[in-house]
Design a protein around this ligand. Structure first.
Ligand code: NAD
Length: 490
């Protein structure tokens, strides 16, 4: 069969963009980026360090006064121009998305379209940011509220969808008049390096968006930097704890979009085939490495075995393979270490009583040099077991039966996480009733990810984070409130 090798000649050159300077590398450590499809090194990158972060923050500060003062319609036009250019560059962006983290090439155009859509949506807000008057003040005074940018926003994103994650923060941050220091993750840097090229092409003033490609030390330097007014972090709960501890020194606000173990409740009255297809997407979407994937399936006992059979049958049709081949449905996980960790969790799930319905074993042969695990379904999983409680971040579904609606709700909410919840039913009353009880930021009825558009607020409850990206709530995330009171008495 033979997997395609990544074309290294298309990889963007500039790992840092600071002010008007695009630089091939920073002053930090050298990092070998590995392509998960074949395990080969694509290129070595000289990462940024704390001194580079200092320079990036200084460039953002220099750009901020003019950027803030720019009329909203001009900022809008720039953001719309950026959106149009992202669309134009889809063919250049697509392979980079696949090469950076092994996501499937066939899905790449949707990722580009999603990015441009965010700049379009939030660009539309840029000239509609208004304050409000508090007319209920009793005395002779005039009181009004204005919404102000933070100045420089630091954006730290994970490797599983860097373009997706970064643009969901950058678009509202820029629309509201903030400058940005963006950290591209060292293990998936190419799409953000490309995005920076497009931002420069769009004609953004130098320093409005700055890129530093780097690892945890660069993130730490951003969080502790006194010149950054707010951090927007997308990543794991473990890192979030470190970031909050770090930010406790500077008292910097931190937005958190974290992981999940999202429940999928399948009631006996659901369209079973549709529910199985959507259930399977929890393993397949983003190669099983999506924060909001529905990975904890709760299935009404009367349809439990038929549902499992459907899942197993459909899993057999998922073509796992070369991320760069156009007929591939699911690619590898990010690294050898991730694969070993996932396999360990599956073994733990089996030891705790889980029954393997399909998958579970690393793929060999042509797949051996990449990091491939097929769709893996574990049934009869004890809801209190480690694999039912923790994010696997791989193509693994755990399935547990339930008997009553009350039990399904209790099981769904019995999680430290609260990112997504998916409900499958044909009963309108049950859909509303159950949705109303979900302790999750993102509830979908008879869906599997369709609601992930820039016009709706996205975010988690409990350990899945706080704050929202998307919609008017996402806009407010990048604004601080000023109240002005004016005495009208002489
Ligand atoms: P991670 O927490 O290991 O890393 C995320 C980012 O934080 C990286 O850029 C990393 O370099 C940086 N970082 C690491 N240590 C840091 C520190 N001490 N200070 C500052 N920055 C630091 O997460 P990951 O493995 O890259 O991504 C997977 C996780 O992200 C999963 O838990 C997934 O669910 C979550 N995620 C959440 C969303 C969401 O929108 N809720 C979206 C995508 C991914």
């Amino acid at each position: 069969m033979g997997f395609l090798s990544p074309d290294r000649s298309i990889l963007p050159q500039h790992a840092l963009v600071i002010g008007d300077k695009a630089e091939t590398g920073g002053s930090g450590a050298l990092y070998e980026h590995v392509y998960p499809g074949t395990g080969e090194v694509t290129r070595e990158i000289a990462l940024a360090n704390a001194a580079d972060v200092d320079r990036a923050v200084a460039a953002a500060h220099a750009a901020f006064p003019d950027w803030r003062a720019m009329p909203g319609d001009k900022r809008r036009d720039l953001l719309l121009r950026l959106a149009a250019l992202i669309d134009e560059k889809t063919a250049e962006m697509s392979p980079l998305l696949a090469i950076e983290n092994g996501s499937i090439l066939v899905a790449s155009p949707y990722m580009s379209a999603d990015a441009s859509q965010k700049f379009r949506y939030f660009g539309g807000w840029a000239d509609k940011i208004e304050g409000r008057t508090i007319s209920t003040w009793g005395g002779p005074a005039h009181d009004y509220v204005s919404y102000e940018p933070y100045g420089t926003v630091g954006i730290i994103v994970p490797w599983n969808g860097p373009l997706y994650a970064a643009t969901m923060c950058m678009a509202p941050a820029l629309a509201t008049g903030n400058c940005v220091v963006l950290k591209a993750p060292e293990n998936a840097p190419w799409s953000l390096m490309k995005l920076m090229e497009i931002i420069q092409l769009a004609g953004f003033p130098p320093g409005v968006v700055n890129l530093v490609t780097g690892g945890p030390d660069v993130g730490e330097a951003m969080v502790s930097h006194p010149g950054i007014g707010k951090i927007e972090f997308i990543g794991s709960g473990g890192t979030a704890r470190k970031i909050l501890a770090n930010a406790s020194q500077s008292l910097k606000p931190v937005g958190l979009e974290l992981g999940g173990k999202s429940a999928v409740i399948v009631f006996a009255d659901a369209d079973l085939q549709a529910a199985a297809k959507r259930g399977l997407s929890g393993a397949v979407s983003a190669n099983g490495q999506g924060c909001v994937n529905g990975t904890r399936l709760l299935v009404e006992r009367s349809i439990y075995e038929p549902y499992l059979q459907m899942l197993q049958g459909m899993a057999g049709y998922v073509k796992v393979g070369d991320p760069l081949a156009m007929d591939t449905f699911m690619g590898p996980v990010i690294s050898e270490a991730a694969l070993n960790r996932i396999q360990g969790m599956v073994e733990g799930g089996v030891a705790d009583g889980g029954r393997v319905v399909c998958g579970g074993e690393r793929m060999g042969g042509d797949y051996a040099s990449g990091f491939f695990l097929p769709v893996t379904v574990l049934a009869d999983v004890d809801p209190s077991s480690t694999i039912a409680k923790n994010e696997v971040f791989g193509p693994v579904l755990v399935v547990t039966p339930f008997d009553t609606e009350e039990e399904a709700v209790a099981l769904a909410n019995d999680s430290d996480y609260g990112l997504g919840a998916y409900i499958h039913t044909t009963s309108l009353a049950r859909a509303h009733r159950v949705a109303n009880q979900m302790m999750a930021g993102q509830v979908q009825v008879n869906g599997a990810g369709e609601a992930m558009t820039p016009c709706v607020p996205f975010g988690g409850m409990k350990h899945s984070g706080h704050g929202r990206l998307g919609g008017i709530e996402g806009l407010r995330e990048f604004q601080q409130v000023r109240n002005v009171w004016i005495n009208l008495q002489d």
